[in-house]
Design a protein around this ligand. Structure first.
Ligand SMILES: [Zn+2]
Length: 267
């Protein structure tokens, strides 16, 4: 399987920067406010992907959109946090387009980016997201520091989660992502924090995008706030790094033409 990313020249508008740092946090739970405080303390920006309802209950952030600090952005994460694959056209429109309109009406700001619930998507879901007017959509693939070939399949660099090394390796192996298998084998002794810092070094060395994502409710449940703080401290306040939200990144990247022979994957 081909990875949904390509290595293209860095956005020319950022010529003086070596890397881009962005973060994204899913599900719109109350612990997101703690996440915003932590990110703010390091000057790191981010996008909060908010469903209208999560596990049948209103998502706390969806009810409190005007309270979100200006450094952060709200992105769409569907109406009911359902697997979007195989939904009929009407339901798909409600989940993708209807939820966008709701978030915009409540928050008074445009909602420009989307994250597929549970990272699950198919061609119809990607088309629906593009047609609804989103600039990009995040998937849950990791270990990427390059520009996505398809903005509607934007991969990430790492999830803030202490997955065991064997499970990490197995997941990439089963998806035939051999470059990721090789990367994990080379970095076998690193914890998730070690991988995060190593991938940041790679992004800075080669000119790339470092995108950390996760769930604040999971960070809370697993007691990972301190570990996350360590990672954020390592990537914060670098003069040669541009810090932005997912939407700002999508805007920057949309100005970069795809290399010859490449066409947009989501029609
Ligand atoms: Zn989610």
């Amino acid at each position: 399987m081909n990875p949904p990313y390509i290595h293209v020249p860095f956005p020319p508008t950022l010529a003086e920067k070596r890397a881009i740092v962005t973060t994204s946090w899913d599900d719109g739970q109350a612990t997101d406010f703690r996440m915003m405080e932590l990110l703010s303390s390091f000057g790191i920006r981010g996008t909060f992907f908010v469903p209208l309802r999560f596990k049948g209950r209103p998502a706390p952030l969806a009810e409190a959109l005007p309270e979100i600090p200006g450094d952060f952005e709200i992105g769409g994460h569907s109406a009911n946090h359902l697997d979007l694959r195989g939904l009929n056209a009407h339901c798909l429109r409600e989940e993708v387009e209807g939820s966008k309109a709701q978030l915009e009406a409540r928050g008074g700001a445009p909602v420009r980016v989307f994250s597929y619930p549970m990272g699950r998507h198919d061609a119809a879901a990607r088309r629906a997201v593009r047609k609804a007017g989103y600039l990009s959509a995040r998937i849950t693939e990791e270990y990427c520091v390059h520009q996505p070939a398809d903005p509607y399949q934007t991969p990430t660099t790492l999830s803030a989660y202490p997955l065991t090394r064997w499970r990490r390796l197995l997941r990439e192996f089963r998806a035939y992502r051999w470059m990721n298998v090789a990367f994990l084998a080379r970095n076998w002794n690193r914890t998730w924090r070690g991988l995060a810092v190593e991938l940041f070094a790679q992004a800075r060395r080669r000119g790339g995008i470092w995108h950390l994502w996760g769930h604040s409710w999971e960070i809370e449940r697993l007691g990972l706030w301190e570990q996350l703080g360590e990672v954020l401290r390592a990537v914060a306040h670098h003069g040669d790094v541009h810090y932005c939200t997912n939407g700002e990144l999508a805007e920057l990247l949309s100005a970069v033409p795809l290399p010859a022979g490449k066409t947009a994957l989501t029609p």
